[in-house]
Structures are given as structure tokens and as C-alpha cells.
Write a protein that binds this ligand. Structure first.
Ligand code: SF4
Length: 212
């Protein structure tokens, strides 16, 4: 089966398994999703969701965060790990938003990546979830599952983003990525994937090869 067919089958199967492909970070504005996504690097979404209520009650938007004392932000986000970098990025990112974009989060992936602390993964998430643009969020689950299915043969997020943009229908990309996160957590575990019960196994390269 060629990659395009596998990709389309994966899109349809995951849609059946996870009809509600929602982002698992809590947010009430584009700025808050941007900030929460920065905090989620090397941290669970559940942990981020425990921290952001206090963070956003103190600093709900770019204007207020731009004026924040970094040490105060650090004290709030400490439990997310890498808190020095994350706090600094939140404040610097907010300053850039205020100074260069009038406090409005841009909708263009390349423009978003010019903001401090914003990489392609975050930029794709914002473009997709907030602005409904075609997006491929190459996070750890998408990287693992794409390799296992045989859609890609690399761990490089940028290559994966580019290759999947050729395989996944643009209008499906964003939700497909959210569904990969759900499937990665529920079934396609990094260490012990539940292949026997996985409904993607009929077209999964990893499963085929594991049978010998
Ligand atoms: S068959 Fe196994 S490796 Fe393939 S997607 Fe399912 S759980 Fe992951």
C-alpha cells in the first residue's frame, strides 16, 4: 500500500476512534494558547492546565505579560520545568507581540516562528487551532506514529511536517495531529504499543514487521 493510501486510512480510522479532536490545553484566547503551548514543552498538558489558571488570572493577555516581572512568572510556572527559559520566553514573546503586532497573535506560521520561544510545532498549533489553517503539529506522538505506520522514515520534525503535508489532506491536518496525540496516549504507547487491539494494525508497518 502506498503512503498516501496509508495516510488516508489513518485519517479515517482515527476520526472514527476520536471524533472529538480537541486540544488538551485549556485557553480562552489565542494569546493564552500560545503561552500554554510554550509551557507544554517537555511537560504534560495536564500539568500546564494546573498552572495556567493562576498565570492567566495575573497576566491574561500580551499587554499584561509584557510588563510582568520574569521572577514572578518563574514562581508561577516553576512546576512545568525549564521555568527560567519558559518564563523569559513568555515575557519576551509578549513584548514582541505588543511592539510588533499590536498585541494580536499572528496567523502565519513563518511569522509566528519569529516570536521568542515559538518553534514550528507551536506555530502550527496556533495556525490550526486558532485560525483554522492547514497545520501539521509534529510533536512526539505524531513523530512516533508516523514512523511506525511507515509514512515517514525520520525523526526530524521539520521533515515530517513537510512530508505529511503531502500525504494528509490539508483540511484534516490539524485534527489528525490531535488524534495522533490521543492514540499515542491510549494505544500506540512509546514503549508498549497495544498493536493486537489497534484498529490501525492492518496497514501498520511496525505491526507487520513485528510479526516477523
Ligand atoms: S499497530 Fe501498533 S504500532 Fe501500529 S499504530 Fe497501532 S499501536 Fe501503533
Amino acid at each position: 500500500m502506498d503512503k498516501k493510501k496509508i495516510a488516508l486510512k489513518a485519517v479515517e480510522e482515527l476520526k472514527k476512534l476520536y471524533p472529538d479532536a480537541l486540544c488538551s490545553l485549556d485557553f480562552e484566547s489565542p494569546f493564552q494558547l500560545l503561552a500554554a503551548t510554550r509551557l507544554s514543552a517537555q511537560c504534560t498538558d495536564a500539568r500546564v492546565n494546573m498552572v495556567t489558571p493562576e498565570l492567566f488570572s495575573r497576566y491574561p493577555d500580551a499587554e499584561s505579560m509584557a510588563k510582568a516581572d520574569v521572577s514572578d512568572v518563574e514562581s508561577i510556572v516553576r512546576s512545568c520545568g525549564f521555568y527560567h527559559h519558559k518564563a523569559r520566553d513568555l515575557v519576551e514573546m509578549s513584548k514582541a507581540l505588543v511592539n510588533e503586532f499590536g498585541g494580536v497573535v499572528p496567523d502565519d506560521i513563518d511569522v509566528l516562528t519569529t516570536l521568542p520561544g515559538v518553534g514550528r510545532k507551536t506555530a502550527n498549533l496556533i495556525a490550526g487551532d486558532v485560525y483554522g489553517k492547514p497545520a501539521i503539529v509534529a510533536d512526539t506522538h505524531l513523530i512516533r506514529i508516523s514512523n511506525r505506520l511507515g509514512l515517514v522514515g525520520t525523526k526530524d520534525p521539520l521533515k515530517i511536517e513537510k512530508e505529511l503535508r503531502e500525504l494528509i489532506p490539508p483540511e484534516e491536518g490539524n485534527n489528525y495531529c490531535h488524534r495522533n496525540v490521543l492514540h499515542g496516549r491510549a494505544v500506540c504507547d512509546s514503549r508498549k504499543p497495544k498493536c493486537e487491539s489497534c484498529t490501525l494494525n492492518s496497514f501498520c508497518k511496525y505491526y507487520e514487521e513485528s510479526k516477523g
